[in-house]
Design a protein around this ligand. Sequence first.
Ligand code: MIC
Ligand code: SF4
Length: 656
Amino acid sequence: MGETVTEKILNDHLVDGELEPGEEIGIEIDQVLTQDTTGTLVWLQFEALGLNEVQTELAAQYCDHQTYQFDFKNTDDHRFLRSAAGTFGAYFSRPGNGICHNVHRENFAAPGKTLLGSDSHTPTPGGLGQLAIGSGGLDVSVAMGGGAYYVEMPEIVSVRLEGELDEWTTAKDVILEMLRRLSVKGGVGKIFEFTGPGVETLSAPERMTITNMGTELGATSSIFPTDERTKEYLERVGREDEYVELQPDDDAEYHDEITIDLSDLEPLIAEPSMPDNVVPVREAAGVEVEQVIIGSCTNGGYEDILPAAKMLEDRAVNLTTEMIVAPGSKKASEMLARQGWTAEMMAAGVNFSEATCGACIGIGHVPGSDSVSLRTFNRNFEGRSGIEDDNVYLCSPEVAAAAALKGEIIDPRDLADELDRLEAPGFELPEEYEGAENDIITPDAPVDDGLVKGPNIGDVPLKDPLDATLKGEALLKMEDNITTDHIIPATQDILMYRSNIPKLSEFTLSRVDETFAQRALESDGGFLVAGENYGQGSSREHAALCPMYLGVEGVLAQSFARIHRANLFNFGLLPLEIEEETYLNIEQGDDIEIVDNVAEAVESGQEEFTIRINDDWEATGLLKASAREREILAAGGKLPHVRAQYEEGGAAPADD
Ligand code: MIC
Ligand code: SF4
């Protein structure tokens, strides 16, 4: 039987298991990436595992999320990361050099290779034919030490693209259309592989906008085949020798297929406050807009900013609208500046930010109260912009620029009818990507001498092995689609404690219930209860580590998001799936007891657990876990588990 592109790459890297959907597979990782807000734990855990040298072909440490360094703690984190990269053998991208996904695609992403990253948007270079997956930091530490990465083999779904985008529709509309059809849960357990004649009509950066935001579907990854357009991009970033031809075989079989006719699409927009809340821009037209931001790892590239710059040339941003451009990389910034586009946009009333994630997670440019912000980003979860009850819309750079000119949401086609000479700007790659040549420090550069830890950088807490008895209160009951932004928010006041778990834990679930952290700490163990898709969004392992630190023993949810579920195992928290009826009947404050001898049952492979509630009624909780995950859980988490393995087998870094 023929192979899909995904299967070709997986077969090349398979070290354990079979490519059967639902089965656990272990794959070899060629490249890893990490960033500043997940990276400190990655290196602290690398150190705690007793590892001393990066084993993958390439490791890259980026400083991108909190580059304004409002507090010495952020600056200390960056200094620690530089010292860790130098000590253990990773590339170091300096603060302000750009968002990890943008800088990685410009400098390192390569077709046919595997990439693991401690950031949920790691699948971005799928647009270049790289199989890239987001994970928790501890999985990255282990992979960086040479261990395999374990993941449930997803179903491979063909997304057949037909036709061609119209002049005002963009790659962003393709992924918004997928979100409209499939929802934020629609990609769980899947890899989306793009096929069909429409593929060649999209350039590599357009493809990467789509693969980037496949994360919002909950997908394990998204990938395109490689072709002339891939080659074109690699040539322009100066790495044409890394091109590898990757096409599905003619008789490749997919588990499912969806078709998108690019010619049928129109400009779309995601309304507050979920990325799948998608409608045609015309349906949202007329809403007054106070803020417009172009940037992020989805649409912050040179090629994304250029269309907006062309639309703004010799025009002015509406007087009561603020427009900010936050380039995804310093290279993009430098190119736009050298070509005069920055000056053009400034003259139109645009403010420029450094190349950073910033506003995407509520760091800077927080919208005003009761106002509307239009962003070219990928997430608009409530409160993520830095203010509760925010109204954040997600759209393409063209729709964003149109709103900035008009001061309200407007379909750019309608604006073109209103204005003289407003032509569709088109999508263009630079002849050559050049600039920011001095912002990546190579692993062999003699910069630091050993690890440099500031006073806010603490140890990673450990949990004891699993007990026979597990009981406690239902500490918090939550609804569907709880994001990791609810569990551990990413705004500046909280983000600076990412390397200080006792302090960070104080903010656990504060977005849902401000009393939670204190109550959890004072209680004698306990459980979280949630609806569907618990833990969607970011890869931050803090969302498992902090509840663990506060004494939470397990999570009872109708379903879990992929990365968060893995993080729960990694930190020794029991994730049990419950029926809707059980969810509806459990109340916050109920006494919960897992009746079985938990440690024994987990190790023996038992799937059904009996949950006794208030000594009054019983329900079943399902533990869906591989033998490896069960061992990790029983050991109290992956850190003690892998450390014990290293001790048993000598220093050999392995994870199987
Ligand atoms: C995000 O977009 O939510 C983040 C911030 O990039 C996170 C990583 C983090 O929490 O540090 C992600 O997507 O994984
Ligand atoms: Fe940064 Fe936002 Fe992309 Fe996350 S989604 S990596 S915060 S730009």
